[in-house]
Design a protein. Structure first.
Length: 171
């Protein structure tokens, strides 16, 4: 047994190193996952794509973001645990950011996490609350999916978050 690799993933993949990457590992994780990711991670753009994150490379960066979006969506929301997992996939160019400062519309990461986690938290006290979303990648319902499909350097969705008012969901 390898203490680094998920044993179920390693048993089902001839190339065991694939189990180090989320797109291959997530289907074998039973714990509900809340994943946050930007489509345009500046570290990934520089170190994986090999270009500077600027307008000169917009086409390549948008292509990279589209591939990342498809892989993240497929691995997180198409696994057996699709009804437990959540994905907050936004389009701002950064490497790390504040938990409360990244928005998709009027929902920030903290609010999305609360909406996702509340049914687990109150499962014994309240009826399960399911936010129904039909997404264009999988046509699955009852997933937790926040997706900002904006191109690289989207000024209107990433420069300022004017709708960042307090948010208290009704349960």
């Amino acid at each position: 047994m390898n203490p680094v690799l998920n044993s179920n993933c390693a048993e089902n993949n001839s190339n065991k190193t694939k189990c180090l990457f989320p797109e291959h590992l997530i289907p074998y994780i039973q714990t509900p996952l809340f994943v946050t990711q930007t489509r345009f991670d500046t570290w990934q753009i520089i170190n994986i794509l090999g270009v500077e994150p600027n307008a000169t490379y917009t086409s390549q960066i948008n292509g990279f973001g589209n591939i990342l979006s498809e892989r993240a969506t497929h691995s997180i929301l198409s696994s057996d645990s699709k009804l437990k997992n959540a994905l907050f996939l936004e389009s701002c160019a950064h490497h790390t950011n504040g938990y409360a400062s990244t928005y998709i519309g009027d929902i920030n990461i903290a609010n999305a996490f609360y909406l996702w986690y509340s049914p687990f938290l109150f499962a014994n006290q309240l009826p399960l609350i399911i936010m129904v979303v039909v997404d264009r990648y999988t046509n699955l319902t009852a997933t937790r999916f926040w997706f900002q499909e904006a191109p690289f350097e989207c000024k209107s969705c990433c420069s300022n978050y004017p709708n960042a008012s307090s948010f208290t969901p009704n349960l």
